[in-house]
Design a protein around this ligand. Structure first.
Ligand code: R5P
Length: 305
């Protein structure tokens, strides 16, 4: 039981915060939110304890959720000596460097803001690029939900063991970890993204893998516009697989992405609850709680002076 810990339920992650508070036996602190006509948020939080965990995932509306997180951290740092920001989906982590000359490195700016408002420790899940963490000088930790996703899949796909596919080479470690946990085969496609338009293509090369009548799981960190999954699906169809599923940690699913992904031939999208929604079948509460325990118990290493 963590009696000296408050879990603040940020407006974007109320259910996840509640799950974390149950796992830790810590008090759940609601946020009184009012959004004004001009879009500004105003939030009120009662007094919090010495260790305060703010749970706020920064999925769309991204900037609103990010600002709410910053305001909550600032507010809680008035009461707490130790403020832990849990941001399972880390907005802007795909902008971790200047891809074209003159581009702002958004993740650098976001990291500076998170620190400036009084965060002692940041915990995020399957951040797009670990390089993003290098912009923090505080204790910033990334935890992997791949094991949880693989264990969920193991139960769901008992009879027709699927092949796990990464839409890009950058996801090779992820599919290897998933395939090891599951005990199945993996492949990685080669994806290219046009740096100006964002358009995705999959390199047309022959794969030495028999997929006939096998189920496939396309595994990615994030499904946002669905471009990567849709193109991967189109490419894989040539190999006459049985069903194609998509699994990811963060189901951002902008606009009608879910419909388009399904129209492309994906049977089902399965994700964690870093972003609430119908596809959020895998609960992160236990995983995140475990990490919070680790951080609290090793707190002396990371105390802010
Ligand atoms: C990028 O490389 C990531 O791993 C994902 O593949 C990407 O963020 C997915 O975005 P979208 O669904 O818009 O293609």
């Amino acid at each position: 039981m963590y009696k000296d810990v408050s879990i603040v339920a940020g407006p974007s992650s109320v259910d996840l915060a509640s799950g974390i508070s149950k796992h830790l036996g810590a008090e759940l602190v609601p946020v009184d939110l009012r959004v004004f006509a001009d879009g500004e948020s105003k939030m009120k939080v009662r007094r919090v304890k010495d260790h305060c965990v703010i749970v706020q995932s920064t999925y769309p509306p991204t900037d609103r959720h990010l600002l709410q997180a910053l305001m909550l951290i600032k507010r809680c740092s008035e009461d707490s000596a130790k403020v832990y920001a849990v941001m399972p989906y880390m907005a802007y982590s795909r902008q971790d460097r200047a891809f074209l000359k003159g581009e702002a490195v958004s993740m650098d700016a976001v990291a500076k803001l998170i620190e400036a408002v009084g965060t002692n420790t940041l915990i995020t899940v399957d951040i797009h690029s670990p390089a993003s963490l290098s912009y923090f000088t505080i204790n910033a930790q990334n935890i992997s939900a791949v094991g949880l996703l693989a264990r969920y899949a193991k139960v769901k796909f008992k009879t027709n063991v699927p092949i796990v596919v990464s839409p890009d080479k950058g996801g090779i470690q992820r599919v290897m970890e998933f395939a090891n946990e599951f005990g199945t085969d993996m492949i990685a496609l080669t994806k290219r993204r046009n740096k100006d338009t964002g358009e995705v293509t999959i390199e047309e090369r022959e794969l030495n893998c028999n997929m006939v009548d096998r189920d496939l799981i396309l595994l990615d960190d994030t499904i946002s516009t669905g471009g990567s999954i849709i193109e991967a699906c189109r490419f894989l169809r040539k190999y006459k697989p049985n069903k194609i599923y998509a699994m990811c940690t963060h189901a951002v699913l902008i606009g009608d992405t879910k419909r388009r992904v399904k129209a492309a031939g994906v049977e089902e999208i399965i994700s964690t609850n870093s972003i609430p929604g119908n596809s959020a079948k895998v609960d992160l509460a236990g995983l995140i709680s475990g990490q919070i325990k680790n951080v609290i118990e090793s707190k002396s290493l990371w105390s802010k002076c």
